[in-house]
Design a protein around this ligand. Structure first.
Ligand SMILES: Nc1ccn([C@@H]2O[C@@H]3COP(=O)(O)O[C@H]3[C@H]2O)c(=O)n1
Length: 260
């Protein structure tokens, strides 16, 4: 059995935002259904153990919430702070437990990480994902996606080597070319980043799809299921009626079990 767990479903600032008193931030402080940490997600699988995708600045707290004392490896989508800000903390954990932290990244992402955190490479082993990676029965590859005014990011595609189940994690993307969209068609599960419900700004000023665009993509790609993550304080996860059947918002701690 493979389990996918959403431990950081927020955008770069998380929810609540420190300076904000909007309804969603107020609800996040009080009741907490909209409380969201910065991006981190992991897969647990019996053979390969625990694989995290991205290591945001809330990673230490996410480890506590998950009850973990170690992780087997990290996959990194891109080198923005909200996705890698926890790497120095993982470096310290590896140093104090005398372990090597296996960190799989698209090749071009590695120098960007080490430029930001030069000391971590002495303990984190950065492995360029030039070929597919095998994790138990899952074959994993990355592919480059447009991240709009924020440059580029990568998505990860997981294909089950026995039953063919295919899922994609793509937290930061916008305005994908037809080539970049191709893997999404007919996937069993697409996890897509959408920070706002509707962004009325020119596309060149934006960096992530909005919910309305994601719904259009759901209709075009026809995945079995779509889960929206990387949600800012513009999104109230309790307002599910904006979503068609088959599309849902990720909430903190949500898990998805995939049969092997
Ligand atoms: N060169 C950059 C640019 C931006 N950032 C962070 O990544 C976030 C992407 O979403 P945002 O809401 O635009 O905020 C950005 C910075 O926190 C970053 O870490 N490095």
């Amino acid at each position: 059995m493979t389990t996918l767990i959403f431990c950081g479903t927020g955008d770069s600032q998380g929810v609540p935002r420190s300076y904000c008193d909007c309804q969603v931030c107020v609800e996040a402080r009080a009741a907490g259904s909209n409380r969201r940490l910065r991006p981190s997600f992991y897969m647990r699988e019996p053979v390969s153990g625990t694989t995290w995708i991205d290591c945001g600045p809330d990673w230490g707290r996410q480890m506590e919430d998950a009850g973990f004392r170690s992780v087997d490896r990290m996959l990194i989508t891109h080198a923005h702070y909200d996705h890698i800000g926890g790497l120095p903390e993982w470096y310290d954990a590896c140093r104090w437990t005398d372990k090597e932290g296996l960190t799989y990244c698209p090749a071009e992402v590695i120098p960007e990480i080490t430029a930001r955190f030069p000391w971590v490479a002495s303990r984190l082993r950065f492995i360029p994902m030039e070929e597919s990676l095998v994790l138990g029965k899952w074959v994993v590859r990355c592919f480059r996606v447009h991240h709009g005014r924020n440059g580029y990011s990568y998505a990860f595609e997981f294909i089950h080597s026995v039953n063919g189940y295919r899922w994609i994690y793509c937290s930061d993307a916008i305005d994908l070319t037809e080539e970049q969209q191709r893997p999404f068609y007919g996937a069993d599960l697409v996890i897509l980043g959408t920070s706002f419900v509707k962004e009325p700004y020119p596309i060149h000023t934006r960096s992530i799809y909005d919910v309305e665009e994601a719904i259009e993509l759901f209709e075009r790609w026809k995945p079995g299921r779509m889960v929206l993550t990387h949600l800012s304080h513009d999104i109230d996860v309790n307002k599910k009626d904006v979503l068609p059947e088959g599309v849902q918002f990720a909430v903190t701690g949500m898990s998805i079990t995939l049969c092997d």
